[in-house]
Design a protein around this ligand. Structure first.
Ligand code: HEM
Ligand code: HEM
Length: 278
């Protein structure tokens, strides 16, 4: 990665991490300071696990899972290891989402509130089910060694598209949930009177959108994509010189503007090849 591109990547990554952390702090402050706290008692404190686990797991961890391949310092790790990290983080995000579902259903049943009446709950449950499908298909396609290479290549654009669509949808569903909760939960003063809690949680919603935008930006820049294993191999054996650990600088030479005509071609060709072998 060229130096300037690396700098931009680090800015985007730091911004995403910072906004993600602040979102988690906001949701914790919401439930611990403005709301009833956290407990597993069938009451409102049990409901509160719902937003906490969604923001920390289904949004933050999923966002990180999506961009792990793009961290330049992991390019010297094997692709298989990165697949395990990508799949593992997505699995943990899914587990958080499931526990958050159990919390809200349990709360509704204990309080005799009907289930699945809102658009939020419909789209939310659909997102969780499709996320599970994405996870199962991801393992089937890219972790099980017997899956034909041609299937892997054909499925990759769909995997990336559905992954990004799911991530964006999860944030949209969370915004609906936040709005519902503010309308239901604020009575004296009401939501329309803009009490401090309403302002605070509106800001949380904005932060989630910004986090989503940063992750989508990072995950869609072609220049920040993990180079193919073939090109990394070439760098290790030829371009990397004596010090095999210096993949980063060597790579930056390769993709550096002017003199990179040929190596750019090599890289493009190899990325194509890579898409077939991943
Ligand atoms: C209810 C999913 C995020 C607030 C529900 C229900 C589901 C669900 C399936 C229905 C439970 C039932 O019928 O018993 C999701 C998903 C989310 C998400 C997948 C993440 C994308 C949030 C967030 C909040 C929230 C961040 C903010 C507080 C609520 C509220 C209810 C609820 C107030 C009860 C009212 C209703 O059923 O619509 N959620 N939720 N949700 N959720 Fe979420
Ligand atoms: C790439 C999402 C599960 C294997 C991607 C990308 C997204 C994504 C958005 C594009 C990343 C990029 O271009 O940098 C998801 C979601 C999952 C999931 C939301 C879970 C619900 C899995 C699983 C595997 C897997 C279980 C199995 C190992 C891959 C591979 C790539 C990829 C091999 C290509 C990486 C590259 O271009 O270098 N995934 N994924 N995914 N994913 Fe997943």
């Amino acid at each position: 990665m060229a130096m300037e591109s690396l700098r931009q990547f680090l800015v985007a990554l730091s911004a995403a991490a910072a906004v993600g952390f602040v979102s988690i702090i906001f949701v914790l402050r919401w439930v611990l300071h403005y709301k009833e706290g956290l407990a597993w008692d069938g009451g409102l404190a049990e409901f509160n696990w719902h937003p906490v686990l969604i923001v920390s797991g289904f949004i933050f961890l999923q966002g990180i899972a999506i961009i792990v391949y793009r961290l330049p310092w992991t390019w010297q790790c094997s692709k298989l290891m990165m697949k395990f990290i990508h799949a593992g983080l997505n699995l943990v995000a899914f587990i958080f989402a499931v526990i958050s579902m159990v919390a809200v259903f349990d709360f509704h049943n204990a309080a005799k509130i009907p289930n699945m009446y809102s658009l939020h709950s419909w789209l939310g449950l659909i997102a969780v089910i499709l996320y599970c499908l994405q996870l199962v298909l991801g393992v089937g396609m890219y972790l099980i060694p017997i899956t034909p290479v041609s299937w892997r290549a054909a499925f990759m654009p769909l995997h990336v598209f559905s992954g990004l669509l799911l991530f964006a949808s999860v944030i949209a569903v969370a915004l609906m949930g936040i709005t519902e909760k503010l309308i239901f939960g604020l009575s004296n003063p009401k939501y329309k009177d803009s009490p401090p809690e309403a302002i605070f949680v509106n800001v949380l919603g904005v932060l989630l959108v910004v986090f989503g935008a940063l992750i989508l930006w990072i995950a869609t820049r072609p220049a920040w994509k993990r180079p193919s294993d073939q090109i990394l191999h070439i760098l290790h054996t030829n371009g990397g010189g004596e010090d095999n650990t210096k993949v980063g600088p060597a790579l930056s030479q390769l993709s550096d503007g002017a003199d990179a005509e040929t190596s750019g071609d090599v890289r493009r060709r190899n990325n194509k090849l890579d898409d077939q072998t991943n």
